[in-house]
Design a protein around this ligand. Structure first.
Ligand SMILES: NC(=O)c1ccc[n+]([C@@H]2O[C@H](COP(=O)([O-])OP(=O)(O)OC[C@H]3O[C@@H](n4cnc5c(N)ncnc54)[C@H](OP(=O)(O)O)[C@@H]3O)[C@@H](O)[C@H]2O)c1
Length: 296
């Protein structure tokens, strides 16, 4: 079995300033990773890396700024990454959000779709050239059990026909799994693995941007939620454990490799979502050595 340790490996975690992302960053920093936290808020990122450096003694903790719901911002950050790093051995696509009301980004995309799915789709594709040169590599996409409630409807990917916050969230988590499986099928090198994880129902800040809901329903719902350090364990397991070396294209319910919904296993849906996402991101197959490039 391949030996795997994150020590000195270049690791990127999106949404590393809060919740399970922060907890995952803490574990990776302690384990000696060369860590990049992706966040949208400069001050929060600065404070997070300062605190983690003091707490863990690891000085190789840095940050890059991106609003993952804005594709232009993702492109800018990926470009900056290319100027600063020549390796990426661990990518954790973790950032996410919940939006009770339908909101559009400045680029006209529905926010849940843009943040939870498209930003990570684009980021991963823009980093594939470096990923391919950095093997062994692990990619982890944080999804949710809630995907079981979602149906794939290509006419309603962004809640164009009808919108309810929970439905949009559940669909976005289905997209995370469809993306994971399709990426696993497309990656030719078995030394690059991609898996997806449901962390459990976890007491984090998710949804707290929704005024009235944040004050009323969420606290009640979170009565049964597990603490953040507990919720981060499955993701940390996928990042660090030698047990999952070589395992790819799988859904983990907490730490157990499990079947995901029938809908998420539909390869036609996955291909369709990939192609639509590619068009929305203006990505197109490129000549070697870069597999994909921005064609906008
Ligand atoms: N909590 C649960 O019960 C649960 C269950 C299943 C799956 N999940 C998934 O777990 C992942 C982490 O969520 P969490 O529960 O830990 O929530 P959280 O505490 O709210 O953390 C979300 C992270 O995403 C970042 N983020 C939000 N919008 C962003 C944007 N536009 N651009 C860049 N970063 C952005 C946040 O940054 P700021 O710090 O700046 O806000 C924060 O660091 C999500 O994918 C979520 O869907 C959560």
């Amino acid at each position: 079995m391949e030996t795997w340790s994150v020590k000195n490996k270049v690791a990127m975690v999106t949404g590393g300033t809060s919740g399970m992302g922060l907890e995952t960053c803490r574990a990776l920093a302690k384990a000696g990773a060369d860590l990049i936290i992706v966040g949208r808020n400069q001050q929060k990122c600065r404070k997070t890396i300062d605190d983690l450096r003091v707490e863990t003694g690891n000085q190789k903790i840095n940050y890059l700024i991106a609003d993952l719901s804005e594709m232009e911002s993702v492109r800018k950050m990926a470009k900056e990454f290319h100027t600063k790093y020549d390796k990426l051995q661990l990518l954790v696509n973790n950032a996410g959000g919940f939006f009770l009301k339908r909101e559009l980004t400045t680029e006209g995309l529905e926010k849940t779709f843009a943040l939870n799915h498209l930003g990570h789709f684009l980021l991963t594709n823009l980093l594939l050239d470096i990923i391919e040169k950095s093997t062994p590599v692990r990619i982890i996409n944080v999804s949710s059990w809630e995907h079981f409630r979602a149906r794939y409807d290509r006419e309603n990917l962004q809640g164009e026909k009808d919108y309810a916050g929970w439905d949009a969230y559940n669909r976005s988590k289905l997209y995370n799994i469809l993306f994971t499986y399709e990426l696993a099928r497309r990656l030719k090198d078995p030394k690059i693995t991609v898996n997806t994880v449901h962390p459990g129902w976890v007491k984090t800040s998710i949804g707290k941007n929704n005024g009235i809901l944040a004050k009323t329903v969420l606290p009640l719902m979170q009565l049964k939620a597990i603490p953040v350090d507990e919720g981060a364990k499955p993701c940390i397991y996928l990042c660090t454990s030698p047990d999952v070396a070589g395992v790819s294209g799988k859904y983990f319910d907490k730490m157990v490799c499990s079947p995901s919904s029938d809908e998420s296993c539909n390869a036609e849906n996955a291909r369709d979502l990939w192609q639509i996402s590619e068009k929305l991101c203006k990505l197109q197959p490129a000549m070697s050595p870069r597999r994909w490039q921005y064609a906008g």
